[in-house]
Design a protein around this ligand. Structure first.
Ligand code: PRP
Ligand code: MN
Ligand code: MG
Length: 182
């Protein structure tokens, strides 16, 4: 796909597995928020593909906002430094906010984000993350909805990048070691 074939080591989660999980999450979240207007807050750029598929699977009217924060830069491990690159365009006070994330790795991005958004007085604030790594449990981040718990390997695809590449893959995979050597 997309000519990335030679870079891919193994597929961790197929397109079918991801889409099936999104269907399950959408059913559960649709029931939990029945009758409410949900404001999805996508965390750029990683959450873009998940947000797009999730919003279409959810049988509820949603609105979309985006926030861009940075924790990784182009490296493969977290620095702990979180910067706002793009803030929300609107006030979220009294709104039912559901933060959409692609992955919780160290949990630093999300714990910072939840404190920041919580200070804006939303009616409710929850998180839906497609992936979570084991290290995330070391930081106390209350995450209501999780797609998959995955092993502590660096993964790309379905929004997740390595040096801005591979976000456009429809599946989640690991990269061959040679890719990092370049
Ligand atoms: C990645 C990922 C999460 C965050 C998780 O984003 O999309 O947002 O890191 O890491 P953490 O739990 O250790 O904080 P990144 O900062 O790489 O930006 P991107 O979404 O634009 O790729
Ligand atoms: Mn991200
Ligand atoms: Mg990234």
């Amino acid at each position: 796909h997309h000519g990335y074939g030679p870079d891919i080591d193994h597929v961790l989660l197929s397109e079918e597995q991801i889409q099936a999980k999104i269907g399950e999450l959408a059913a559960r979240i649709g029931a939990d928020y029945a009758g409410k207007e949900v404001l999805l807050v996508g965390v750029l750029k990683g959450a873009v593909l998940f947000m797009s598929d999730f919003a279409r699977a959810l049988q509820l009217p949603t609105q979309m906002e985006f926030m861009a924060v940075s924790s990784y830069g182009s490296a493969t491990s977290s620095s702990g430094v979180v910067r706002i690159l793009k803030d929300l365009d609107r006030d979220i006070s009294d709104r039912h906010v559901l933060v959409i994330e692609d992955i919780i790795d160290s949990g630093l991005t999300l714990s910072w984000l939840l404190k920041n958004l919580g200070g804006r007085r939303p009616a409710s604030l929850e998180v839906c993350a497609l992936l979570r790594k084991p290290d995330a449990v070391k930081v106390d981040v209350p995450v209501r909805y999780i797609g998959f718990d995955i092993p502590n390997e660096f993964v790309v695809g379905y929004g997740l990048d390595y040096a801005e590449r591979y976000r456009d893959l429809p599946y989640i995979a690991t990269l061959r070691p040679e890719v990092y050597a370049n």
